[in-house]
Ligand binder design. Structure first.
Ligand code: IMP
Ligand code: MG
Length: 174
């Protein structure tokens, strides 16, 4: 890995502290319920695994994989489901767990898709949010960090499948 191209934006310690706070907020808000957490593959896996280990309520986990259609993944606006949920979310309290909200197109689509299955409730937790890049109106219910319009990698986030294993969230200068 070429460390020269990477600059730490959010350290592992900052992430750990914020993930604990999010887990506490979510555990409090869902007390007495058993939320159905939907992790968005692959970027959200590390966030989800740290989040749930800090939650002290009953919960279930499932995963979805989506991809933007076409070569320009951020601007096409067409989202395709590559892996769907294995269980029904009808009547469940669904919490989508995502790594980052950028244009908002992915979560906009995912929320519409899940809402059409009649959950009891639907919320979104995202570790990162780049509000400057929105193409559609979208606001997550829980957000770890708002960041400027920079391309970041690490803690699950990739560039062409590289850098997911970094403990810090880093700015990638190509
Ligand atoms: P959106 O549909 O534009 O909101 O895109 C969200 C998806 O784009 C995320 O789930 C990521 O997979 C990817 N993405 C957006 N920004 C970044 C970034 O800075 N680093 C890595 N992946 C990103
Ligand atoms: Mg993602």
């Amino acid at each position: 890995m070429d460390r020269d191209t990477l600059k730490v934006l959010i350290s592992a310690e900052q992430i750990e502290e914020r993930v604990k706070e999010l887990a506490e907020d979510i555990s409090r808000d869902y007390k007495g319920k058993k939320p159905f957490l939907v992790g968005v593959l692959k970027g959200a896996v590390i966030f989800l695994s740290d989040l749930i280990r800090n939650m002290d309520i009953q919960l279930e986990v499932d995963f979805m994989a989506v991809s933007s259609y076409g070569a320009d993944t951020t601007s096409s606006g067409i989202v395709r489901i590559q892996k769907d949920l294995e269980q029904s979310v009808k009547g469940r309290d669904v919490l989508i767990v995502e790594d980052i909200v950028d244009t908002g197109l992915t979560l906009n689509y995912l929320c519409e898709n899940i809402n059409s299955q009649r959950p009891n409730s639907l919320r979104v937790v995202t570790l990162l949010d780049k509000p400057d890049r929105r193409k559609v109106k979208f606001e997550a219910d829980y957000c770890g960090f708002k960041i400027p319009d920079l391309f970041v990698v690490g803690y699950g986030l990739d560039f062409n499948e590289d850098y997911r294993q970094l403990n810090d969230i880093c700015i990638l200068n190509l």
